[in-house]
Write a protein that binds this ligand. Structure first.
Ligand code: 5RP
Length: 226
């Protein structure tokens, strides 16, 4: 079976009737939404409400018959299930290469449980080893932000589509991607430095947030907890 799907099906076991659920974004989560929708349709899962982290997820959830509510009207969520771009041995994450990191981080911060689902290709010994760090910024002064980020020791580039236009989040903001040649040695310090910069909205480091990580490999599913 497809490994992303396998991890998603395991996560469904942690969802119960009556719960408020955060729905992440990306291809792994799309298997979770499909499985959740099937349980709602069959009546095995009742009285659930979900909060979406992207327009794409909202469309899939609506098509799957999952009732959506705003985060503002749902109080703290029981559980959020999301994917990741990288997972380190401390269950810290890089996320956001699906351009949904801001809403994903807000929803995760309002969740009692934050469950990550992934195939084993997402496991790394150090964050930044295999993917760039995406950073959502305001467009005003974006070239100056790019230069400032370069000075942190990465190769920073405005994230553009093939036609050269800036890719935008569902919030209407552009991104800068940062490649750290030797990985991110001190994620916690980097988190604080980037967050304190005016004009930067949010970055893709999710530190100390995941409460459970479900990883599928060819021999089965492994669960990691902090
Ligand atoms: C979107 C994300 C995704 O969770 C991450 O990119 C993983 O995506 P996929 O499941 O398609 O590999 O952070 O912003």
């Amino acid at each position: 079976m497809n490994l992303k799907k396998q991890a998603a099906l395991q996560a469904v076991k942690y969802v119960h009737s009556g719960q408020r659920i955060g729905l992440g974004s990306g291809s792994t989560v799309s298997y979770f939404i499909k499985a959740l929708g099937d349980l709602v349709k069959s009546g095995d899962l009742v009285d659930i409400q979900a909060v979406s982290t992207s327009d794409e997820t909202s469309i899939q959830a609506q098509d799957s018959g999952i009732p959506l509510v705003d985060l503002d009207h749902s109080g703290n969520l029981d559980i959020t299930v999301d994917g990741a771009d990288e997972i380190d041995p401390n269950l810290n994450l890089v996320k956001g290469l699906g351009k949904a990191l801001l809403r994903e981080k807000i929803v995760a911060a309002h969740s009692n449980e934050f469950v990550i689902i992934a195939d084993e290709s997402k496991l790394v010994s150090q964050l930044g080893d295999s993917v760039p760090l995406p950073i959502e910024v305001v467009e005003f002064g974006i070239d100056a932000q790019e230069k400032w980020l370069q000075n942190l020791g990465c190769v920073a580039e405005i994230w553009r589509s093939e036609d050269g236009s800036m890719l935008l989040s569902d919030n209407g903001n552009p991104f800068i991607r940062c490649w750290f040649k030797d990985g991110i040695k001190d994620p916690s310090t980097l988190d604080k430095i980037i967050k304190s910069r005016v004009g930067i909205i949010e970055h893709g480091l999710f530190l100390g947030m995941a409460t459970r990580v479900i990883v599928a490999n060819i021999t089965g599913v492994v669960e990691l907890k902090t």
